[in-house]
Design a protein around this ligand. Sequence first.
Ligand code: SD4
Length: 327
Amino acid sequence: MSNRRDFLKLSAIGGSLGLALSHIKSISAIEQKQPTGPIVVSTWEHGLSANEAAWDVLSKKGRAIDAVEKGVRIPEGDPKVRTVSLGGYPDSSGKVTLDACIMDENMNCGSVAYLQNIKHPISVARKVMDDTPHVMLVGEGAQQFAKEQGFVEEDLLTAESKADWQNWLTSGQAKKLINIENHDTIGMLALDAEGNLSGACTTSGAAYKMPGRVGDSPIIGAGLYVDNEIGAATATGMGELMMKTVGCHLVVELMRQGASPQEACKQAVLRIANKLENFEQFQVGFLALNKQGEYGAYCIQTGFNYAVRNVNGEQLLDAKYLLEDKI
Ligand code: SD4
């Protein structure tokens, strides 16, 4: 309250928005605890190798935004990771369509959705952020932009993904468009040596989704959100649930109100559970990192894990889950 009073007093005296804003900045800088050093966290086991690439940037005092872009390019280029770019599961018509977004410490963000034939959608999203006045490009426009920026088109449907899709078509499962498996989107959050936060999220989306479907992963606030004063959050799982609750923005706002990263993730999962019917049929996992370098995760079902890399080395941790907790 006294901060607000000081702010109002100062605005009146200064009479300029510039002075008011610089005052806000100095208050929050005083209140923030010093960060404990660089750290990167990311979803699922393939986060381990992604984190290693990000750590290469962070350990050399590089920027968090460069770390997260470099990090998530690893699963994007790995055909064994079946829900991210190369080798990702296609939609129900056999097309691999990609969603990705990236956000830095200054609220800059870039996003692509329904992008095809470009192996590193996260780098296209970064270009949207850096080189256009827009936040999001989709479909053919995104592909055209990528080509103009020098990205090379290639077929991302590997023989293995094609065979799995053909099997799915003939197996009688083709009516079942939703599942709790086949989720391994990479969401990554990093805090750099300067104490700045950034995040990235990239996916080929839910396996065998309807043609044209876009999930949460390229939607700022749903699949990723970063507020450099507070913290960052990313999500994995059935994107529609995160979109309906603007889940990652919610996680960051809960941290703003004082929740720890894990508690904020749990509250966002509880919001889904309390508001959305049939939530128990789906998996959703949130992962959060705050300005102090504390992290936490929470999900609906068992099975979601996340990777952590800092000066102490690497770890793969199991997230706590709701259906065990019985609300
Ligand atoms: C989506 N959230 O498209 C993504 C899928 C996912 O791990 O997270 N897979 O809904």
